[in-house]
Design a protein around this ligand. Structure first.
Ligand code: AMP
Length: 217
């Protein structure tokens, strides 16, 4: 059992690797982006409040995301938690350390997924997913076999994220470099950072993460 953070810019592959760890190691993915999108589509007051901020690609307040994580942490996870897209600021990182103390858990590893910016733009602006089963596709690198139909579940509900466009992506990258990238130094200094090449084949990235996890245990 291990608790880990997947750290990296938008499009680095954090969500894909988190899903793999969930199925292979019975870990639980805590994606604040997914939680916020759920709040948005459920029409809650908070969802309403964050919708415009997210569409622009800016970060929502620390208070909101820390509250979301606090709720989920108390539920526990047999194989450990994968923090995906959280923390994104130093204040969130400090809050996470306090929350882990409160629930008697520790952070075992922080995996930095390195990807160059040009690759991120290509990855993100062509990305679409199946609204039914969550399968991820790409216009150029991984199109569906039949246009508009999911290869996995046959659904025709293909979706693109509102913030997967060139303008919002520029803001998301700026937010990442200004507010999130200092966490790389922060966790390095804490002695728990491992960097992996996020542009390698998916299986190679997964193997690097697995070995970081096993050596942290
Ligand atoms: P993601 O799915 O991780 O790319 O997140 C989508 C959007 O949700 C981000 O661009 C932010 O607007 C918001 N968001 C997700 N996680 C956080 C976080 N930890 N702190 C602040 N905003 C977040």
């Amino acid at each position: 059992m291990a608790n880990i953070i997947l750290l990296g810019p938008p499009g680095a592959g954090k969500g894909t690797q988190a899903k793999r760890l969930e199925s292979e190691r019975r870990m639980v993915q805590l994606s604040t982006g997914d939680m916020l999108r759920e709040a948005k589509s459920s029409g809650s007051e908070m969802g309403h409040k964050v919708a415009a901020v997210m569409a622009r690609g800016e970060l929502v307040t620390d208070e909101i995301v820390i509250g979301l994580i606090r709720e989920r942490l108390t539920e526990g996870a047999e194989g450990g938690f994968i923090f995906d897209g959280f923390p994104r600021t130093l204040a969130q990182a400090d809050a996470l350390a306090d929350l882990m103390d409160e629930v008697g858990q520790r952070l075992d590893a922080v995996i930095e997924m390195q990807v160059d910016d040009a690759a991120l733009v290509v990855r993100i602006t062509g990305r679409f997913t199946c609204g039914n089963c969550g399968a991820v596709y790409h216009d150029e690198t991984k199109p569906t076999l039949t246009p508009g139909v999911c290869d996995v579940c046959g659904s025709g509900q293909m979706q693109r994220r509102a913030d997967d466009n060139a303008d919002a992506l520029r803001t998301r990258l700026m937010e990442y470099y200004k507010k999130t990238s200092p966490l790389i130094g922060y966790y390095y200094a804490k002695g728990c950072l491992t960097s992996v090449d996020g542009l390698a084949e998916m299986d190679v990235v997964a193997a690097s993460i697995a070995s970081a996890l096993d050596s942290a245990n």
